[in-house]
Design a binder for this molecule. Structure first.
Ligand code: DAH
Length: 342
C-alpha cells in the first residue's frame, strides 16, 4: 500500500514539472484531488488495508494530498505570472519603425480660421453666438433697415422657400435677435454660412462664410471700431497691419465704411495681389444705424455701437493664398486637407 502512495507521488512530481498553462493545472487537480481522482480512490482502498497498517496508510495519503495541494498552488501562481508576460509580449509584437497607414482627418480651412478669429474676440470680451441658416424676411432685411422695395435688396438675391422663409444672405440677419436676447451693453460675434443667388467664378460663390460682430455701449465711437479691427487683423496675420477706412454704403450702418488693409505682400507699393493699389478690401463696417438699435429694443439715445461683417471665406483666401473661391466647397481633399487645424 505504501508503494502505491509513493508511486503516485512520483507520477505527480513528473506531471507537475511539465505543466505549461492554468488549464493543465486544473486538469491535474481534478485528476488527483477530484471526487473520482487518485487520492479519492486511494482512500476508498483504506478498508482493504489490514488494521495495524490503517493509521500509517491514512497518514501517508493525507500527507500526499497536502503536498499535491501545495504544489498545485505554487505552480498556479507561477503560471499566472508567465501567462501575463506572454500576453504582454504578444501585444508588443509589432514593428514601431513601420510607417503609419492611417488616413488623418483635418479641419476645413474655413473652420480653422473661424476658430482662430473667435478666439481672438473671446479674449477681448465678446461672446460667440450661433444663428440659423433659414431666416425670415424681417430678420434678414427689415430689421437691419432694408425695407421692402429698397434697392439694397437687389445685391442680395437668395433662395426662397415655399413658406416665405429664405436662406440668409448675410450674418447681419442675426443682429436683431441677439440685441433682443441680451440688450445693451453688448459684445458679440456670430459666424455663419450665407447664401446668395450668384453665378460662380473664381471670386464668387453662392455659399460662403461671414463673421459678424457688434459692440454696443455708451460712447462707442469709430475709434473703438478701428482699434478692434486692427487688433483682430494683426493677430490673424501675425504682424502689425495698417488699415484705412473708405466710405461705403450699407443701410444698417451710418456712417458706413469699407475697411482696407495695406497689402502684406508688397507693403503698400503695389503688386499683382493687390491689383497694384497697395490696399486690400477686407471688412465692411460702420456705426450701427439708430433704426437698427431701435428695432432691436435698444435705446438709441443712450447707446451707440459698431458693427462689422468680416468675409471669412475671403480672409481664408488671403491668409492661405487660395486663388479660386470654389476650392472651399469642392470637397477636394487634396486641396482642403493641407490646412491641418487645431
Ligand atoms: N451684411 C453686409 C453684407 O453681407 C456686410 C456688412 C457691412 C456687415 C457693414 C456689417 C456692416 O455689420 O457694418 O454685404
Amino acid at each position: 500500500m505504501q508503494d502505491k502512495t509513493s508511486s503516485l507521488r512520483e507520477t505527480f512530481k513528473e506531471l507537475i514539472g511539465r505543466v505549461n498553462s492554468s488549464e493543465e493545472i486544473e486538469k491535474l487537480r481534478v485528476e488527483f484531488l477530484g471526487k473520482k481522482g487518485h487520492i479519492a480512490s486511494l482512500m476508498s482502498q483504506l478498508k482493504t488495508v489490514p488494521n495495524e497498517e490503517k493509521k500509517a496508510f491514512g497518514q501517508s495519503v493525507n500527507e500526499l494530498k497536502q503536498k499535491i495541494e501545495q504544489q498545485l498552488a505554487e505552480a498556479h501562481e507561477k503560471i499566472v505570472k508567465l501567462e501575463e508576460q506572454r500576453q504582454i509580449n504578444a501585444a508588443e509584437d509589432y514593428d514601431v519603425s513601420l510607417p503609419m497607414n492611417i488616413e488623418m482627418g483635418s479641419y476645413h480651412p474655413i473652420t480653422v480660421i473661424q476658430r482662430e478669429v473667435e478666439e481672438i474676440f473671446r479674449t477681448m470680451g465678446f461672446t460667440i453666438e450661433d444663428f440659423s441658416e433659414i431666416v425670415d424676411d424681417y430678420n434678414c432685411f427689415e430689421a437691419v433697415n432694408i425695407p421692402k422695395y429698397h434697392p439694397a435688396r437687389d445685391m442680395q438675391d437668395t433662395y426662397y422657400l415655399d413658406n416665405g422663409q429664405l436662406l440668409k444672405t448675410h450674418t447681419s440677419a442675426a443682429q436683431n435677435s441677439i440685441m433682443r436676447k441680451y440688450g445693451a451693453p453688448l459684445r458679440a460675434v456670430f459666424p455663419g454660412r450665407c447664401f446668395r443667388n450668384e453665378s460662380t467664378d473664381a471670386c464668387h460663390e453662392n455659399t460662403f462664410f461671414q463673421m459678424e460682430g457688434i459692440m454696443i455701449d455708451e460712447d462707442i465711437s469709430i475709434s473703438n471700431l478701428i482699434y478692434f479691427m486692427k487688433t483682430m487683423l494683426s493677430e490673424v496675420f501675425g504682424q502689425d497691419v495698417t488699415v484705412r477706412l473708405r466710405p461705403g454704403f450699407f443701410p444698417f450702418v451710418e456712417p458706413g465704411f469699407e475697411l482696407d488693409i495695406q497689402c502684406l505682400i508688397c507693403g503698400g507699393e503695389g503688386c499683382p495681389s493687390c491689383k497694384n493699389s497697395g490696399w486690400l478690401e477686407l471688412c465692411p463696417c460702420g456705426m450701427i444705424h439708430p433704426n437698427v438699435l431701435k428695432y432691436g429694443g435698444i435705446d438709441s439715445e443712450k447707446y451707440t455701437g459698431f458693427a462689422f461683417g468680416l468675409g471669412l471665406t475671403r480672409l481664408a483666401m488671403m491668409k492661405y493664398g487660395v486663388k479660386d473661391i470654389r476650392v472651399f466647397n469642392s470637397g477636394n481633399l487634396k486641396a482642403l486637407s493641407q490646412f491641418i487645424g487645431k
